[in-house]
Structures are given as C-alpha cells and as structure tokens.
Design a protein around this ligand. Sequence first.
Ligand SMILES: NC(=O)c1ccc[n+]([C@@H]2O[C@H](COP(=O)([O-])OP(=O)(O)OC[C@H]3O[C@@H](n4cnc5c(N)ncnc54)[C@H](O)[C@@H]3O)[C@@H](O)[C@H]2O)c1
Ligand SMILES: N[C@@H](CCC=O)C(=O)O
Length: 543
Amino acid sequence: MSNGAFRIPDPRNEPVLSYAPGTPERAALKARLAELSSREIEIPLVIGGREVRTGRIAEVRVPHRHGQRLARFHQAGPAEVQAAIEAALEARKTWSAMPPHDRAAVLLKAADLLAGPWRQTLNAATMLGQSKTPYQAEIDSACEIIDFWRWNPHFMERMHHDQPVSPPGQWNRTEYRALEGFVFAVTPFNFTSIAANLPTAPALMGNTVVWKPASSAIYSAWHVMKVLEAAGLPPGVINFVPGPGRAVGDPALGSADLAGLHFTGSTGVFQQMWRTIGENLPRYHGYPRIVGETGGKDFVFVHPSADVDASATALVRGAFEYQGQKCSAASRAYVPESLWPQLRERLLGMVAEIKMGEVEDFTTFMGAVIDRGAFDSIRKHIGVARASSQAKILAGGGCDDSKGFFVEPTVIETVNPHFKLMEEEIFGPVLTVYVYADIRLDEALELCSTTSPYGLTGAIFARDRDAVADLTRRLADTAGNFYVNDKPTGAVVGQQPFGGARASGTNDKAGSIANLYRWVSIRSIKETFDPAVRFEYPYMRER
Ligand SMILES: NC(=O)c1ccc[n+]([C@@H]2O[C@H](COP(=O)([O-])OP(=O)(O)OC[C@H]3O[C@@H](n4cnc5c(N)ncnc54)[C@H](O)[C@@H]3O)[C@@H](O)[C@H]2O)c1
Ligand SMILES: N[C@@H](CCC=O)C(=O)O
C-alpha cells in the first residue's frame, strides 16, 4: 500500500437548501416523492457486487401511512454473512493496496452525485421510509452525507501527512495500513447519514466492510448503496446484508477475521455486542477495534440569566424535530422557578402551533415515529407520567396509530428530579421539565450531571458570562457535544465532531480524524541508508 502524493480538494459544508415555495429543489423533491411512492421495489442483498435473493422477505412500510408498502427486502442469515465476509476479504486484497487518492475519489464522486442528480432520490427515500420532513431529510440524507464524504478524505490526507522525523542517514515513515480482516458496520434507523458513514469511513482507509443496516431504514440504505455503486465502488468493498440483528450479528462477530465493529444504535445492543466480542476474543486473529455511539438522555439547563425566547425555541426544536428520534434530542430540562411561568407560556404556545402529519405535506413540522415498537414504547412512557402523582402532562400526550404512528409533542413537568422520564432514553417526542429553586442552582447542576448514565449532548442557556464559564466547567463530563445558547441537536461535520462518553459510547467522533485513526493499523518503517557493518560499539575500544 502506498500513501501516495495527492491533495484532496478543500472540503466545504454542503449548503442546506430551503425548499421554500417556488424553489427548484421543492419542485424536484415533490416530483421524486411522487415517483418513489407510486411503485413498490424489491431489495436484495449485495455480496461481492452481486445481488442475492434469499426469499426470507420482510417489508418496508411508510411510518406515517402504514397501509402503504414501499418495498419488500431479502434478509441475510449465517450463510450469506459468511459469503459477505469472504467477499470482503477477497476485495481487501486489491482495495487496501489501492492508492488512497483513488479510494478518496470514489467518495468525492459519490458526494458530487448526491449533491446533484441523486439528492432528491435520497431525500425522498428518507422522507418516505423514515418519516422525515423536507428539512430533516435535507440536513441528513443530503448535506451530512455529502459532508462525511468530502471531509473524511480531507482528514485522511492530514493523517497521511503526519510523518515522523528522520535523522541523517535514515528515513522514518509511518504507513497507515488497513486493519487485517473485515470491518462490521451496524447502523441505526434514524440517520441516513450515519448509515452512509459507518461503512464508508473504514472503507476509505482501505478496509472492506460487511454492512448491516437497520431493518426500519432499509429503503434509504439501499439507495445509499446505489449511489456508491454509481460512484464506482468496486465489488466486495461494502457488502450489504440486511437482516435480523442476531442472525447477522452473531456470525459476523463470531468470525476469526473480525477486525473492527463500527456501531451506532442503542446502548443495550452495543453492550451486548461488546460482551460477545470479549467472549470470542481467543478466536480472533487480532484485537477488533470497537467503535460505538449509542443512546443519550440529553439536557437543556436554563440559568436564571437566560433569554426566555431562545430557551423555549431550543426546547421545541431540540425535543420535537424528527419526533425526538435523535440521540441528541433534548429530553430533560432544568428551569429556574423565576423564569418558569414565562418560559412555560412561550413553550406551550409554540407546541400548540406544531403541525404533525404526512411529511409529503410541506407544512408539517413533525411526521410519525418509526414503527409499532417505537410507538408502543413511547406511549408506555407517557402512560407512566399520566399515572404518576409526581408528574403532570402540560401538552400533548396523545397517540394515534390508526393511519400512521403518530405521537403528539408532549411536555411533562415533574417534581421529582429522578422521575423515570428524567433518567431513561425514550427516543420520542417527550420533554420532561424539572423546575428548580433559583437559590438551589448548585444542587440542580449536580442533578443534571449525575441523574442519567449518559453523556452525549447537553445545552446551557445563560446571558451572564460568569455563569456560562461556570456551567461549562461544572458540566464538563456531562456531554461530548456541549452547546451554549443553542439547541443540543444538529451537529455539522467539520464544525462539531459528534459523539458522547459515559454510557453514550466510545466518543470516537464521527466525521473526524479521530474516527479515521480507529480504522488503521499503523506500521512504522525505518530505512537505514548506510547500515552498520560491524557489531562493536565505540565504548568497547581500548583507545
Ligand atoms: N450516539 C449516536 O451518535 C447515535 C446516533 C443515532 C442513534 N443513536 C442511538 O440509536 C438508538 C436508535 O436506533 P435503533 O433503534 O436503530 O437502535 P438499535 O440498537 O435497536 O439498532 C441498531 C442496529 O443494531 C442492529 N442490531 C440489533 N441487535 C443486534 C445484534 N445482536 N447484532 C448485530 N446487530 C444488531 C439493529 O438491527 C440495527 O441495525 C437510540 O438509542 C439512539 O440514541 C445514537
Ligand atoms: N448528529 C445528530 C444526532 C445523531 C443521532 O441521532 C445531531 O447532532 O443531532
């Protein structure tokens, strides 16, 4: 493998299109939505570049109109996983040896295709398959993927430029080799961009990948695969193996050739996979790299000096955009009693204006939650609040699954800072607020820091600079992505590298050089130009 000599085009963030009335992108997106919605497709596995049909079929339905089937997809089992591993190992022989700029070119071209002719296909697929509004689709399935595919090549170039010193007579080199084996990428339903990044970041570094997308996001994942193929990704570099978690996960994690796991999803699944890897350790050729970004119980902490309108807006956007199904979503808030009457009025006023419905209606702010399982789990959590004397539902609380999986934006106030809904990830449009006495600010900060096991995102609102500095320091371990006077969602590649610690993951920051370092096995090469030809050292001489 050669590090090559090349210069990657300077990355820039893809502009977010507005989709305002009269814009060409709005017309193009509507047309694509109509086209995709009008026909059902069949989705195969892709192993070694070949489509594979297993006949073990599952369905993709539109979450906001579950009577509509979008696709039927074939599911992998152990035999197909084994075939995918073999295809990955075969492809590794040429892909890992390919000059890095050639590998980068595939992603750069895919980014251009997505910024251009493929943009509305992937946006429409994400809207239909995952119930995202045009804006939520645009920031995810267009801009964030394009950013990953432009910034990661730039980070790879920076990495390759990091070389050791060479004293006279020597040349020391650092070679950034691919891991030996295959990388298993396992992706969640809620971000098409994460589905695109988890297999492609290791692939960029020369690895070959077995990719298991989430069953509830197969439709957009399939289109990601098609963009990559259109960009010239060679067969076998990324193998697409949808299927039930364990049916795909167990044989992949049990393979002696497992070199890495690139996971995003829930904390429980990640911990189970880590345990399995630990148990399988004796059979692996090496120590698999484990990168996992998982759940959150993300907070907004409002200081008595905060701007009320800005705090309320951040709570609404942070808690309810994409139906609260972001790992970064604001799901607990700490508000001082001095501001609560005003803040509650602003918050509930905005919530009352939220329109929820079919996302093809461009006036909606929220769509449906992903599936029956999510709907039932969120409804159960709301039921806990309804049944408790320690909590009061201030807005929303309604759930309706007659046509789609709709859950109203829900605001709950609790007098118990350890109420279940202040501690557990719900992954739905539910915000729980704890009102603290202004004079007990210190205690409230301590609660904020220690209440949940997670450490993903958090936001503080304050105008007083001393307070900003103090809260930033005191909440240092609470969030891998920390926001001052902004909502805790919406990280941008190249601007706010994303990831959390504590139970939220390994914090390897997707879309950053830190993440790419996890997908290389460094070789140090020392070349001596004038090698020693006698074994004695000068101190051994008599004179
Ligand atoms: N921290 C982050 O960056 C981040 C980003 C997005 C989502 N998330 C988290 O993801 C969760 C929501 O996504 P989800 O519902 O898709 O998560 P999930 O854990 O249910 O599923 C994630 C993936 O793991 C697969 N899976 C499940 N069991 C498996 C097994 N035994 N072996 C192999 N694969 C298995 C699933 O099929 C899916 O592809 C939330 O907890 C959210 O906070 C975190
Ligand atoms: N990176 C996204 C969250 C990804 C998790 O779901 C954000 O910053 O809102």
